[in-house]
Design a protein around this ligand. Structure first.
Ligand SMILES: Nc1ncnc2c1ncn2[C@@H]1O[C@H](COP(=O)(O)OP(=O)(O)O)[C@@H](O)[C@H]1O
Ligand SMILES: [Mg+2]
Length: 377
């Protein structure tokens, strides 16, 4: 997959910005607060139908404006062109996504069509943060490689919301009759999600082992395990997980009434990372965290490339600011070998001596405007 060009209108601090991208590497250079990350965010919109970190569409709409638009030409590995357009109209509260002029009815069908991997400072929470941050990471990878997972997840979220509403209205009193049909749904979709996540991690493990080996020369063995809130193993079937969920729901019935929320299911699970058998969260150094995260993201790239039969685009936001020059150069070399990449940075030091041409482009971002230095010269 490649992004040939992009046109941003009223998106964050970009009033009207046009990019003609290079086919290999695109460096977005500029001082802090100029609109570099915003530009990557716009690209993520094309692939994910939403921002990779802001939850509301109105947040990315330029202040004082009533709409935003992102237009772009994407090209698949086989050379097929896609004209993609995303618009948001604040008066109608309406987001539209069109591909080659045809409006997409279900946004979930777009996820995975234009695979993307994003490495940004927010991602530090994958290894440092809460279980929710880790779930979000694996959900994003599985979603891009499995349509049914996206649909199951949407349905599951709806079920949890409904169930929580019933528990909240009940205010601690028995509500077995009202909640019973939702228990069935929770178990049906929840067990499918848990099973898919466990299978995913089993398939993903060799990818992370390989990228880890590529990035760090020493032999540190990374491991990822799923920590479900119900008893489930690597080879558990959906039926076995469903049965375990049913038992747990009975056990947790009183607690759920007391806390007025759903306590059983994949929305409470965690993922455990370790290096040489030691918990990453508890024992790893800052540098090991960073390396683990980069390995996760590169592994995600290769996993999606295979599963989607399409090379993902890779967005690297401010990755080099926390790394020393030696490590930065190594990561850059690796990233360059992957596919089309987009890098934001405040300093071009690490690109010192690089040639800029139609494959490798450098954009200077200032106050929501972009200048391609090569074309401008
Ligand atoms: N919805 C918005 N409308 C207008 N400006 C915005 C909006 N959201 C963020 N900004 C501005 O964008 C700038 C930050 O851009 P960003 O891309 O994060 O910078 P950086 O170049 O450091 O990555 C800030 O000046 C901020 O005020
Ligand atoms: Mg930034």
């Amino acid at each position: 997959m490649k992004i040939s060009n992009a046109h941003l209108r009223s998106f964050r601090n970009h009033n009207e910005t046009t990019f003609e991208f290079g086919s290999q590497i695109n460096v977005l250079l500029g001082e802090n607060g100029q609109g570099k990350t915003n530009a990557l965010e716009a690209l993520s919109f094309l692939c994910l139908t939403k921002s990779f970190y802001a939850s509301a569409d109105t947040t990315v709409m330029q202040q004082q404006k009533k709409f935003f638009e992102i237009k772009s030409t994407l090209e698949s590995d086989e050379g097929k062109e896609f004209q993609v357009r995303v618009t948001y109209d604040d008066m109608k509260k309406e987001k539209k996504f069109t591909i080659n002029g045809a409006e997409v009815e279900k946004f979930s069908t777009v996820i995975g069509m234009f695979p993307v991997v994003i490495l940004s400072p927010e991602n530090n929470s994958i290894t440092f943060g809460s279980p929710a941050d880790r779930r979000k990471f694996i959900d994003m990878v599985i979603s891009q490689s499995s349509k049914s997972y996206v649909e199951d997840s949407i349905e599951y979220r709806r079920i949890v919301r409904q169930r929580n509403a019933i528990l909240s209205v009940a205010k601690g009193k028995d509500c077995s009759n009202e909640i019973s049909p939702w228990n069935e749904m929770l178990v049906k979709y929840g067990s499918r999600i848990i099973c898919k996540r466990i299978n995913f991690l089993t398939e993903f493990e060799p990818y992370i082992a390989q990228t880890y080996l590529d990035i760090v020369a020493e032999r540190e063995t990374p491991k990822i395990e799923y920590l479900p809130t119900v008893s489930a193993q690597k080879n558990s079937t959906v039926e076995e997980i469903a049965a375990a969920m049913e038992i747990k729901l009975i056990k947790k019935k009183n607690d759920e009434l007391r806390f007025q929320t759903t306590l059983v299911g994949p929305h409470r699970d965690d993922i455990f990372f370790s290096l040489n058998g030691l918990s990453l969260k508890q024992f790893a150094s800052q540098g090991q965290h960073k390396t683990f995260l980069i390995a996760l993201k590169v592994a995600e790239f290769f996993f999606l490339k295979e599963r989607c039969s399409e090379t993902p685009i890779f967005l690297l936001d401010d990755v080099f600011s926390e790394l020393d020059e030696h490590r930065s150069k190594k990561i850059l070399l690796l990233a360059e070998s992957l596919g089309q990449i987009f890098i934001t940075t405040t300093s071009e030091k690490i690109f010192g001596g690089a040639e800029w041409n139609s494959e490798r482009r450098k954009f200077f971002i200032k106050n929501g405007e972009a200048v391609n230095e090569l074309l401008a010269a």
